[in-house]
Each structure stands twice: as structure tokens, then as C-alpha cells.
Design a protein. Structure first.
Length: 212
């Protein structure tokens, strides 16, 4: 199994990566502004499941293919970026409906749909994808065997840290959202801000990352 010093080193590196806002964090913030605390936390769960799917992929060899293939990497990155832009545009177009949601006249997205959208963003997150593919194998002690199990354990550590960090971001953002909700004139801004956040995030994901 993975030694204690390797676990601690990986946890420290994971923390540094996670606390810096990336695609998943910004998506959680956008959801918190647009739909509130419950949607934000559901998105966190979806993101975590998506990230762990990447861990499983790396553990069983897919990560190496993604890391070496420009075509596969670019395809996944652009698909994730396009999905974020789509969700952002949709949120901006529907921003006028937020007053009805707050007043109980409408309903936000169902939990399963929100969970799925979080999962899709988490599994298409290029930052996490490359981190797992390039860094995760370095902390595995191949002499101890059970390489896949070691990777799955390291992935659990990463995701445990991510759940705590992303939840804090979501709760803080949802508190800001509640402040906006006290004034009917601010409600349209909530949906617009959340949507623009996701659009900007999608564009950022599309133009950044590996160029070779």
C-alpha cells in the first residue's frame, strides 16, 4: 500500500491544486449564484464523482492515452468547454425566471439533473485530468504492488480535500446570492452573473492547456 510520506506529499500537492479556483470551483460558484446552496452542494457531489471517474480511468490506463494523445486531450477539453458555454448561455437567457424561483412560483433544476451537470464538468475538467494523468502515477510505489488500488486510494484523498474546499466556495457564493435575493431588482443579476461565469469559464478552458 502507499507509504505515509507519499500520502502526505500527495495530499499537500492536491491541496495546492484544489484551493486555486479552476473549472469545477467556478462552476460550483456559478451554480450557487444561479440556484442557491442546495444546487451548489449537489454540483459539488457531481464534480467529485466526475473527478473520481478520471481517477478510475487513470488507474486502468486511459489516463496515459489522454496524456500522450493531443487529439484525445483536445477533444475532451473542447467538449467540456462547449458544454460550459451552453449552460452559461442558457442561464443568461433564463435569468428573468429567477424571481419566480425565489418566490416559489417556479422550480430550479432537479437534483439529478444538477448532479449530472456537475459530473459532466468534473469528468471534462482538463486541470484535474492532466493532474491525475501526469502526477498521480508518480506517487505510486510499484514495488509494493496493487498499483491500481494505490491510485484509487490517492484519488480518494484528492476528492476528500476537493469536497471540503468546493463546498466552502459554494456556501460562500450562496450566501452572496441570498443577499441579492432580498431585492427583486437584483434577481436578474443573479442569473446573469452565474451564466456569464460559466461562459467565461468555458472560453478559458477552450483556450488554455497543452498546445503541443
Amino acid at each position: 500500500m502507499v507509504s505515509t510520506d507519499r500520502l502526505l506529499a500527495f495530499a499537500a500537492m492536491s491541496f495546492l491544486l484544489i484551493v486555486i479556483p479552476g473549472p469545477s470551483v467556478l462552476f460550483v460558484i456559478g451554480r450557487a449564484l444561479a440556484q442557491g446552496r442546495r444546487a451548489a452542494l449537489t454540483t459539488v457531489v457531481g464534480n467529485t464523482l466526475g473527478a473520481y471517474a478520471l481517477v478510475v480511468a487513470v488507474a486502468f490506463g486511459v489516463g496515459a492515452v489522454v496524456e500522450r494523445s493531443v487529439l484525445v486531450y483536445t477533444g475532451l477539453k473542447l467538449a467540456g468547454a462547449a458544454y460550459l458555454v451552453y449552460l452559461g448561455v442558457k442561464a443568461v437567457r433564463q435569468r428573468g425566471s429567477f424571481q419566480a424561483v425565489f418566490a416559489g412560483e417556479g422550480s430550479a433544476h432537479g437534483s439529478l439533473r444538477t448532479l449530472w451537470e456537475g459530473f459532466a464538468v468534473g469528468v471534462a475538467n482538463p486541470k484535474t485530468m492532466i493532474f491525475f494523468a501526469a502526477v498521480l502515477p508518480q506517487f505510486v510505489d510499484r514495488d509494493r504492488g496493487h498499483v491500481a488500488v494505490q491510485m484509487l486510494l490517492l484519488g480518494l484523498i484528492f476528492n476528500a480535500i476537493a469536497v471540503v474546499s468546493d463546498s466552502v466556495w459554494g456556501l460562500v457564493a450562496s450566501t452572496t446570492r441570498d443577499w441579492f435575493a432580498r431585492s427583486p431588482q437584483r434577481l436578474a443579476l443573479v442569473g446573469g452573473a452565474g451564466g456569464l461565469t460559466m461562459i467565461g469559464l468555458g472560453v478559458t478552458v477552450a483556450v488554455t492547456g497543452r498546445k503541443d
